[in-house]
Structures are given as structure tokens and as C-alpha cells.
Design a protein around this ligand. Sequence first.
Ligand SMILES: [Zn+2]
Length: 230
Amino acid sequence: MVLTSQQITNFNVFRVRLATSLRKMYDREANPHIRLMLGHVLRNVVLLPIHFREGHYLSANESGVTFGENVKRSFIEESNGMRVPHLESAIRVPSEHLFKGNNLNPAGVMTLLHEYSHIVLPTTAYRYTKRIGLPYHMADELFADLLAVRIANRTSIPKRHIQSHIIRRQANYGGYPFARAVIEGRRTVERELPVPRRQTAPREERPRNFIEIPVKRAEGTPFLPHLRRR
Ligand SMILES: [Zn+2]
């Protein structure tokens, strides 16, 4: 899969801007749970390699079209007689979905934001999912969607593209009115994830099954120079 040099440039510019606005969102976020999640998304944006595939989508069957994937691979590495477990993550997106010509395609960017937002969730996220009546295993998809929409609203993606993404994602939630709740802004995550009342420093919540993910550079992946705090 070969991208044009203009596509690579445009993508890197987009990724730096995205990381910058995520950093701002992270710094300004008062809710410690959301802050933790935004930190994980920022980490994904900076570190995760993107594997581009040819075509407009990754796969299609009777249950729908898959536009993006956040894939994980675990392996054991031997060094100095020690066996070290590793977990590697990468994002797969089809190039003709992410780009329209040399420019980024808003629908593709929504897919990418969703994949970046697949993170290690704090336990509060699972409690929230349960409280609104969704099965436990839907937490990952729900929070990827909620975070992606939240981040997209701070970017220059036209509102209609954000809305059509939300409406398309409704298919995953069965009877739960996900699209209506997100578009009307009801049951916002802020209201559901309680903020500690006292002014004491918030206790760092331990993410579930947290594993440090060493990321290797994948072939053909445009990589960012290290982001520095301004
Ligand atoms: Zn997903």
C-alpha cells in the first residue's frame, strides 16, 4: 500500500493538530475519569502505527461494513534469558476511506478517531455502560464512540459528518437510543461519571488489565517526530 507523499504530509499535519487539541482537552478536563481516557487516546494518537489497506472498506458481510480496526498482537520476546510478554497495537484503515484524493475524508477521519479511542477503560466506564442498560461487553464500543464524537466536536470536521457517523453507529446498540442521546446531548458522560466532591487530589484510578504497550514502527507508516509540550 503506497500513499502519495502529499497524503503522508496531510496525514502527519492532521495527526499533530489532533495531538495538540487532545493535549488541550486533557489539560482542561475537570472530570478525572474523562481525563484519564483522553490521556489514553492521546497516547494512541502519538504512538499507534497505522496500517493502510487498499480500497474503501476492510470487510463487508450481512452484519455490516467494517471501515476500521484496532488490532492487537501479543508475543513473547526472549532477551538475556528472560521471557518478556509484549502487546502490540496498530490501527488498520482503508486508504480510500481515509483520503479523498490527497485530502483527508471527514467520514474516514471519524473512523480513525473511533479506532484511536479504543483504549484501556477505567472501571467507571463499565459501571456507566451497565447503568444505561447496555451489556458489559459494549463498553469498549460505546466509549470509543463517545470519545470520538467528543474529540471530533473540537476539530474542524463538519457537523453533518459527525452526525452521520453517530447515526451509522446506532446499529451497534440495538434498543438503546445511542444516536438520540448523543445528538440531543442527554445522559452525557459527565453527568453519569461522578466527579469527587472534595478538593483533595483525585485518586488515580487503576485502568483494567493495564499493560504497557511497546510499539514498533510498522512498515510504510508515517511516523510523527516526538511531540513536545509547548
Ligand atoms: Zn470499535
